[in-house]
Design a protein around this ligand. Structure first.
Ligand code: CTP
Ligand code: MG
Length: 416
């Protein structure tokens, strides 16, 4: 069989990548929200508007290319957010720089589409709570008809047409009206052509479907959803945050769980044997004249127990899974290094430390004289109060025989 006869050599459309591309425009400045930073990067219930907007896209049944369009100084941040949202599908995501108007941002997105993309969806990052089903509805209708497709809601308010002096001329039949949302789907080539034709009117257009329809193409509406509202004002942002909290609570109830508390507790334990040479590091302090503890790092059992307690409280694994106990980068590392890194991860995951309590078990060093000093050092490192108690075991067990020390820590943390 020659190479050309092999099944794999037959032209396969799937080799061109996904047939659907989703452009998420997030390059606006968010003037009306007034947060002082671009709207897509404003935090909403613990993650950014952009991350909320990306989540439903990466739940789609079939793979799509995702192009995120952002302000020039936000590319790095958007890539980090995008990678987090995309997970294992990160190779489907591109981040590009937008323009001064929404339409120039859409154009930048169109230019970044892969060759195989036939249908393009244009979506506002500001409609951050748009459900995956809305994307599916739009994609399915576009595939079925080959037309432009926009999601829309029936208009519930009575609409009046007025003249220049605000006098009512007519009550408009609202049954024939739709308030349209995004994502809006179009055959890619026809949309690019429509943009080209409308070049001088681009800035004035408020949505892509208007430009597309002006070029003479049919546009179908499908059901939109209340959740897909555009976050424009501080009120909208507040509403979105509440809806996210409700959604979280509903999901918990669906799986039969109690509503998640914002408080979480964790536990950690560490044991190290005494070594022969060197100086002891324990509870963030150096102890001249005391036997050191053995270990791949500095053997600071108190610091390590706290790290495990913090990570366990946040559900972030343990010291071994986070740092790799054999990792040469951590050979001889002080407990402080691990503590700082763990607290950083905790903060990144949206938690702050409420308090940490440690019980040290061992004959040596005599801890009481330096308790306050150790508590001060560790409290500063975890950004929360750390209290340490110390005890011996009445000469029983490995600690009683003076072979090593053990430390047990509990941590209480809270979602910010
Ligand atoms: N958008 C964009 N590029 C622009 C302007 C807007 O990508 N030059 C995007 C926004 O990021 C948003 C969507 O288009 O996701 C809808 O725009 P809008 O809600 O008006 O957002 P902003 O322009 O950021 O807000 P404002 O008008 O209040 O400044
Ligand atoms: Mg705007």
């Amino acid at each position: 069989m020659t190479a050309i006869d092999e099944p794999g050599a037959i032209a396969d459309p799937s080799l061109d990548g996904p047939a659907v591309g989703v452009i998420i425009v997030a390059a606006g400045s968010g003037t009306r929200l007034g947060a002082g930073i671009p709207k897509a990067f404003v935090s909403l219930a613990g993650s950014t508007v952009l991350e909320h907007a990306l989540a439903p896209v990466f739940r789609l049944r079939d793979a799509v290319q995702v192009v995120v369009v952002v302000p020039a100084d936000r590319v790095g941040e958007a890539e980090t957010i995008g990678r987090r949202a995309a997970g294992k599908a990160a190779d489907h995501l591109r981040v590009v720089v937008g323009g001064d108007t929404r339409q120039s941002s859409v154009l930048a997105g169109l230019a970044a589409l892969w060759p195989g993309v036939r249908t393009v969806l244009v979506h506002d990052a500001a409609r951050a709570l748009t459900p995956t089903e809305q994307f599916e509805r739009v994609i399915d209708a576009a595939a079925r008809t080959g037309w432009g497709v926009v999601p829309g809601l029936p208009v519930t308010d009575t609409i009046k047409r007025v003249d220049a002096s605000a006098l009512v001329e007519q009550t408009v039949d609202r049954a024939a009206l739709r308030a349209v949302q995004t994502p809006q789907a179009f055959p890619r080539d026809a949309l690019v052509a429509a943009f080209r034709v409308a070049e001088d009117r681009l800035a004035a257009a408020t949505d892509d479907a208007a430009l597309y329809a002006d070029a003479g193409h049919p546009v179908l509406t499908v059901d939109g959803s209340e959740a897909a509202f555009k976050i424009t004002t501080p009120w909208d942002a507040q509403r979105a945050e509440r809806l996210l909290a409700d959604r979280d609570r509903d999901q918990q109830q669906e799986v039969g769980a109690r509503p998640t508390s914002s408080i979480r507790t964790g536990i950690g334990i560490d044991v190290h044997a005494f070594a022969d040479d060197g100086e002891l590091s324990l509870a963030g302090l150096r102890w001249p004249g005391e036997r050191p503890l053995a270990g791949h790092s500095d053997g600071d059992a108190v610091a390590h127990a706290i790290v495990d307690a913090l990570l366990s409280a946040a559900g972030l694994g343990d010291i071994g899974s986070m740092f790799g106990t054999d990792d040469p980068r951590f050979a001889g590392a002080s407990g402080e290094v691990f503590l700082r890194a763990a607290v950083e991860r905790l903060h990144a995951a949206g938690f702050v430390v409420v308090n940490v309590a440690v019980q040290l078990v061992g004959n040596r060093p005599r801890f009481a004289p330096r308790r306050t000093e150790a508590e001060g050092v560790l409290s500063a490192l975890v950004h929360g109060p750390v209290s340490i108690a110390a005890t011996t075991t009445d000469a029983l067990g490995f600690t009683g025989r003076g072979e090593g020390v053990a430390a047990i820590a509990t941590a209480l943390i809270e979602r910010r």
